[in-house]
Write a protein that binds this ligand. Structure first.
Ligand code: FAD
Length: 442
């Protein structure tokens, strides 16, 4: 008899695991249950859908249930797993549109339930006009509300909040960003935050930092956001103050979480329970610089987690070694990228830290239309690289990947300095900004 793999949650991690397991072992029966209306969608594209640059939310879907069916994978939307009977190796599924429940037996389980936005217990947080953004359904509801809204408030100046600020400006809306901490992109170092603030203000975004949102008020629907700095009239507000992993279902049948609050897994994405894997935003990774468990809820990681779990479940060989914390975000004409540890995080982790912050350009000085290119390098006093942040123009910031590759190898400032990087006048000054930073560090 063939074995059955069931994935709980059918987006990046769940469907990667399902598809990879089926490809690796076609004998396996593979089912994914997804409670929303969509599987295999790219939530990362939602800000660009809100901007109006993508006309339909369906375009964010990589593969439909019909396409999965052709590969022999059953993907059932609007099916929520409500209970797991682990000793009995079965789970209780609610077919949400049919009003019925059934028990589904399994041999192998992948918990890929993702994460959800944090909704602080603020008065009026459930008023019409107050949103969070996570799933395609959220995007559709926000875009509809945006059609009649003029004044918008975004609470939280992390990368999702700022990407949406750009989207709302692209739709011609008034945008106020309210951030509790004293700067935008608080996970970056302060030099980066300052440049991002300038870019937001240059593009007409009002930014209030060090301000606390205290609630929302309105007669049936949002009319104003109440803050420690006074009231802000608004028809639409987005709560973007962080996310947390959906671990409750897994915890209910004994899956252990780690110090980050996400599910603890080994390098094969195995949990503490036999035949139960966890992948994606619901699971931890190992940080390759600190060696500690780390929560990096990002789409590329979720795909890699899922692929690894799927391969292993199907009897193949794979491992996910860990992360160095690479990420990139577009904020109007700027792109901001990260890899490794920020200076603040490196100090908090107990490293002896040094850093340099340089300003260069994205092309030769004589080539038309140059843009500033800023690099921050963070390194140990021993010379070992710990991280980098880049603020550049559009795709420029992707050059962070050279540093990410070095971090995976335990590289040093000297290693970076000796890299043979590509050069031609339209793409880089003759001294690549990364090399300038490394030279300065040296
Ligand atoms: P999720 O996408 O959270 O999917 C989990 C699914 O499980 C959900 O659809 C949920 O409905 C379902 N589920 C939960 N519980 C159950 C249950 N009991 N039964 C059935 N189904 C259940 N990442 C990047 O790397 N780069 C980016 O630029 C980027 N931009 C982003 C922008 C936005 C606006 C958002 C919201 C996210 C962005 N991300 C980005 C993060 C990325 O989308 C996530 O890391 C990725 O979606 C995680 O995939 P996942 O499969 O682990 O979890």
């Amino acid at each position: 008899m063939s074995k059955r793999l069931v994935a709980i949650g059918g987006v990046a991690a769940g469907m990667s695991a399902a598809a990879k397991a089926k490809r690796t072992n076609p004998e396996l029966e593979v089912i994914a249950f997804e409670k929303s209306h969509y599987v295999s969608y790219g939530a990362c594209g939602l800000p660009y859908y809100l901007a109006g640059w993508i006309d339909s939310v369906e375009k964010l879907v990589a593969r439909t249930p019909e396409k999965f069916a052709k590969q022999g994978v059953t993907a059932l939307v609007r099916h929520e797993v409500v209970e797991v009977d682990y000793p009995g190796r079965r789970l209780r599924v609610a077919a949400l549109d049919e009003g019925r429940e059934f028990w589904q037996p399994f041999d192998y389980l992948v918990v890929s339930t993702g994460a959800r936005p944090v909704v602080p217990p603020l008065e009026g947080a459930r008023l019409e006009g107050v949103f969070t953004l996570r799933q395609p359904e959220d995007g559709v509801a926000i875009r509809q509300a945006l059609a009649t809204a003029e004044r918008t408030v975004i609470i939280g100046a992390g990368y999702v909040g700022l990407e949406v600020a750009e989207a709302f400006r692209a739709q011609g809306k008034q945008v106020t960003v309210v951030e509790l901490q004293d700067r935008v992109l608080p996970n970056a170092d302060a030099e980066v935050s300052e440049l991002v603030l300038q870019e937001l203000e240059r593009n007409g975004v009002e930014v209030l930092t060090g301000v606390q949102v205290e609630g929302f008020a309105g007669d049936g629907r949002l009319e104003k956001v109440l803050t420690s700095a006074g009231e802000i009239p608004a028809e639409l507000a987005l709560l973007s103050v962080g996310i947390k992993p959906n671990v409750e279902l897994a915890s209910s049948f004994g899956v252990a979480t780690g110090p980050t609050g996400a599910i603890a897994v080994d390098d094969k994405l195995r949990t503490n329970l036999e035949n139960v894997w966890a992948a994606g935003d619901v699971a931890e990774s190992r940080h390759l610089l600190t060696g500690e468990p780390y929560w990096l809820p990002l789409g590329d990681i979720a795909n890699k987690h899922g692929r690894t779990a799927g391969t292993v479940i199907a009897g193949g060989r794979a491992e996910f070694k860990g992360v160095v914390g690479s990420a990139i975000t577009k904020i109007f004409e700027l792109a901001v990228s990260f890899t490794g540890l920020t200076e603040a995080d490196a100090r908090a982790a107990g490293f002896e830290v040094k850093s340099v912050w340089i300003k260069s350009a994205d092309r030769a000085h004589y080539y038309p239309d140059p843009h500033p290119f800023h690099v921050k390098l963070v390194y140990e006093t021993s010379g070992r690289l710990l991280g980098a942040q880049i603020v550049g123009h559009r795709n420029d910031a992707l050059r962070i990947d050279a540093v990410a590759a070095l971090l995976h190898q335990g590289g040093t400032v000297e290693d970076l300095r000796s890299l043979d990087l590509a050069y031609a006048p339209p793409f880089s000054p003759v001294w690549d900004p990364l090399l300038v930073a490394a030279n300065q560090a040296k």
